[in-house]
Design a protein around this ligand. Structure first.
Ligand code: ADP
Length: 264
């Protein structure tokens, strides 16, 4: 609480009491804390690869580069850490753009089934490399109105996560169902699963159940925050069902016709 006080003084300068105003600043404080956490997280995530890049470069310059094997292995680390920095900056800029007040979707009519086939083609070699089977089924060719580029980004993110968090020999199925005025996309994996109490947190920026695993797989912890924003910008809805060590199902519900264009 923030408290303001002022004396209540009568006509003859006598004290009649004190006026106290209690101002509930819980929400403000929460917002301020979230902002501080975000800045701290960003700084930490940026500093880690930079420290590593500097450290390995300095060691090389101090003489370690005379050994060919060391040179190669250190340069590989430097390249990987630069890649991580690049992905992080791209995700951060993207999130800040999406979160801005004036952010506009680029709406168009397109065939979602065709789009998902493109997504499957993009990710199939990654799934193959990891020995995870990737399958797809769709009710029929479903037309929808939405931002093609952004929704493609959403599904690439979700399926990429499914591949990342499913061990070899596991499987992923993507299904599109027609619900009349809406449609549903389900991404089901037989992966590591998520503990029930962690589920509400995974959409938070930088929240990762296992930081080391996420980092090693190239994750930034921003993917699901971006996904949720984009689905909500489409007036859609995302939900998760998961069982630890059994698998996870992400369900996305979207309108076929963008709701703002409806007269109702
Ligand atoms: P990251 O870049 O770490 O994958 P995300 O925002 O995409 O970040 O996801 C947040 C966290 O949610 C992940 O670090 C992981 O712990 C968990 N997660 C996301 N998708 C899955 C999945 N399909 N199976 C298990 N855990 C998942």
């Amino acid at each position: 609480f923030e408290i303001y006080g002022a004396p209540i003084i009568g006509n003859h300068d006598e004290w009649n009491g004190i006026l106290l105003v209690f101002h509930d600043i819980t929400d403000l404080k929460k917002l301020e804390q979230m902002r501080k956490d975000f800045v701290a997280n960003v700084s930490h995530e940026l500093k880690t690869p930079i420290t590593s890049i500097k450290g390995f470069s300095e060691t090389l310059l101090d003489g370690a580069m005379n050994d060919q094997d060391t040179l190669k292995s250190f340069l590989t680390i430097i390249l990987n850490e630069s890649d991580r920095l690049q992905t992080l900056i791209k995700d951060l800029l993207d999130l800040s753009k999406i979160e801005q007040q004036g952010f506009k979707l680029n709406l168009q009519l397109f065939d979602l089934t065709n789009m998902m086939e493109e997504v499957m083609a993009i990710l199939s070699s990654k799934a193959e490399d990891k020995k995870v089977s990737l399958s797809f089924s769709s009710d029929k060719n479903i037309e929808m109105e939405g931002d093609h580029f952004r929704l493609k980004q959403v599904f690439i993110n979700l399926i990429n996560n499914a591949i990342m968090y499913t061990p070899p020999e596991g499987s992923i199925h993507v299904g599109i169902s027609d619900l009349g005025s809406k449609l549903k996309v389900e991404i089901a994996d037989t992966g590591i699963g998520i503990e029930q109490e962690e589920i509400p947190r995974i959409f938070e920026r930088f929240y990762r159940v296992d930081k080391a695993r996420s980092r090693n797989s190239g994750g930034t912890g921003l993917g699901l925050a971006i996904v949720k924003h984009l689905i909500e910008a489409h007036k859609g809805y995302i939900s998760v069902k998961s069982k630890k060590n059994e698998g996870t199902v992400f369900s996305v519900i979207l309108y076929k016709e963008f709701p703002e264009n409806k007269n109702s």
